[in-house]
Design a protein around this ligand. Structure first.
Ligand code: HEM
Length: 264
């Protein structure tokens, strides 16, 4: 059996995309068990992660990538009202849920395959966003990298305890705070690694999905023209066969060539 066949057999299909076997899972290769527990425990220390994610996204659309304002439907909204707009508010909620879900899969249920599938699926769904479909460029404008780089600087300090968490109005900080089992350096290093895995996996899944979409779009565009070409070929084949039949029929009508006795 060829190498490519072996490789294919060790892969399994997830939705419309392929993920490799466990030995290729970046959450397995690049993070050890202690790293994964650290991710989960440091995330769980946050009382209201959505508040922090919201503040960061508002800054991204205002100061870092204003082109994303239209994507998130906040073009005309004042800064203070942006998070109550459904698209931006929805994205902040989904982004936070994703962190919650993945850190739980990595640090609690140890469902590393599930975590990998989930992040690849998240990359894929973004190919359907027309802004990203048209403007995402791995080398110049990798929007996943832009966003998660901001998270490196702005989110990690809350995880390490370097910064005090913002809480919604009227909400008091938790009275009992668990002692942090990891040093700020360890937490920062693990989260940076985690974010870089997200960038790499989302980018790869996004690119694969986008080229698949473009290929099928191209085929649809080509189809009418191909239909005409095929029709012409078919007609030609039919008329060739017809003339062949007629030719044979003529020969049969004439009957076999008659041999006359030589009179001489
Ligand atoms: C949807 C996460 C970056 C635009 C989502 C969803 C998640 C997510 C979990 C929901 C997916 C689902 O429905 O299955 C992330 C993460 C990002 C990221 C982790 C990391 C960098 C971006 C960027 C854009 C974007 C840069 C800018 C175009 C959207 C839009 C949706 C979406 C428009 C559709 C749903 C909605 O309106 O909330 N994202 N996203 N995302 N994302 Fe992102």
């Amino acid at each position: 059996m060829g190498l490519s066949n072996c490789k294919l057999q060790s892969r399994k299909q997830v939705g419309s995309s392929w993920v490799g076997n466990e030995s290729e899972n970046p959450f397995e290769i690049l993070l050890n068990k202690k790293d994964r527990t650290c991710l989960r425990e440091s995330f769980q220390r946050l009382q209201e992660p959505k508040e922090i994610v919201g503040i960061i996204f508002v800054d991204i659309v205002n100061d870092i990538e204003p082109d994303l304002r239209a994507v998130f439907g906040v073009n005309r909204a004042p800064k203070a009202a942006m998070l109550s707009m459904p698209k931006l508010g929805g994205h902040v909620a989904r982004f936070t849920d994703l962190l919650e879900q993945i850190t739980s899969m990595l640090g609690v249920s140890e469902n590393l395959t599930g975590a990998w599938q989930l992040i690849r699926k998240t990359g894929r769904v973004h190919a359907k966003q027309s802004f990203l479909e048209q403007n995402f460029n791995q080398l110049e404008k990798n929007y996943f990298e832009i966003v998660l780089n901001v998270f490196d600087h702005r989110f990690i300090p809350y995880l390490t305890g370097e910064k005090e968490e913002p809480l919604p109005e009227g909400q008091a900080p938790r009275k009992v705070r668990f002692a942090q089992a990891y040093t700020p350096d360890v937490i920062a290093t693990v989260w940076k690694k985690f974010f870089s895995i997200l960038v790499a996996q989302m980018t790869d899944a996004f690119e694969l999905e986008r080229s698949k979409m473009r290929n099928s779009q191209n085929q649809k565009t080509l189809a009418p023209h191909q239909h005409i070409e095929n029709e012409v070929k078919k007609k030609k084949r039919i008329s060739e066969r017809q003339s062949e039949i007629e030719h044979t029929a003529n020969s049969v009508e004439k009957g076999p060539e008659q041999l006359f006795e030589d009179p001489f």
